[in-house]
Design a protein around this ligand. Structure first.
Ligand SMILES: CC(C)(COP(=O)(O)OP(=O)(O)OC[C@H]1O[C@@H](n2cnc3c(N)ncnc32)[C@H](O)[C@@H]1OP(=O)(O)O)[C@@H](O)C(=O)NCCC(=O)NCCS
Length: 243
């Protein structure tokens, strides 16, 4: 099986072993390279219908592992079987548990899925770092003026890293709110530096001082961020043992 380089702060852990307490965010890294059939066996009818619409075998495999692992991880917190986990979705498609249980959010990029689980609503995004010829154009289109100015002061690898930090931090915030593409991206600012931060929110709907932005980058090739409307969040990092 293909080995995916992850930071060793992500401790190999079985689903069901960690206990989730208030104020914690559990971040699970799931390499999408394992046994697709075993993890995919617990998918629901609706998930299998989605699966059948993928054209490429590799996309099918990633979906089976990612969503099978999501079921396995959530079942560990709920104390039920993976096939018994039931989902519902918010108005813009954000999935949540139909029965009482923790909040969660999933993101995938390349051969990795990252899943955040918390007692507080959470948004999480991971991106595999790759060379982007259109980096400046994407940033000009999606970043706020102050974010773009911060990016534009940088060159080379520092510029690339800042771009991915900004992208994942912005995405984590809109995913926490469940807003998806409906939300204007220039009404809030995130930091681009080492210290992740929601700097300002200008639409009058949220108070940036009440939010935490967290670096949950799982490995050297990835940048990851999580956003929660909570302060003093403690992050526990796991690599799913069964994937
Ligand atoms: C779903 C969305 C919120 C994120 O999409 P993405 O970054 O392509 O994908 P990710 O892998 O990070 O997340 C996808 C997962 O988020 C979850 N999700 C779906 N809708 C969601 C929503 N409205 N809010 C939060 N999470 C959502 C699902 O679990 C989904 O997994 P699935 O597709 O396998 O079922 C997308 O609709 C979106 O809004 N993208 C914004 C893109 C953009 O312009 N970003 C600019 C940042 S500067």
């Amino acid at each position: 099986m293909e080995e995916l380089a992850l930071h060793d702060t992500f401790a190999v852990t079985r689903a069901g072993s960690p206990t989730l307490v208030d104020g914690e965010l559990h971040v699970w890294a799931v390499p999408l390279t394992g046994d697709a059939e075993r993890l995919g066996a617990n998918l629901s009818k609706a998930e299998n219908q989605r699966l059948s619409r993928f054209h490429f075998a590799d996309h099918r495999r990633r979906f089976q592992i990612g969503h099978g692992a999501l079921r396995l991880i959530l079942a560990g917190y709920l104390g039920c079987g993976p096939a018994d986990v039931e989902f519902a979705a918010g108005p813009r498609g954000k999935p949540f548990l139909a029965a009482p249980g923790p909040h969660f959010n999933l993101s995938h990029s390349g051969k990795l899925a990252l899943i955040g689980v918390s007692k507080t609503e959470v948004g999480l995004d991971v991106e595999k770092v790759r060379r982007l010829d259109s980096l400046t154009e994407i940033a000009r289109k999606h970043f706020s003026p102050s974010e773009f100015a911060a990016l534009d002061a940088l060159q080379g690898e520092a510029r690339e890293l800042a771009f991915y930090r900004c992208w994942t931090r912005k995405e984590a915030y809109i995913k926490a709110l469940g807003e998806g593409l409906s939300m204007p991206l220039d009404v809030f600012d995130v930091s681009l530096c080492d210290e992740p931060r929601l700097v300002a929110i200008r639409d009058g709907k949220e108070d940036a001082a009440k939010w935490s932005m967290l670096d949950v980058s799982p490995g050297p090739e990835f940048v990851g961020a999580a956003a929660m409307r909570a302060l003093g969040v403690r992050v526990q990092r796991y690599r799913l043992a069964d994937a």
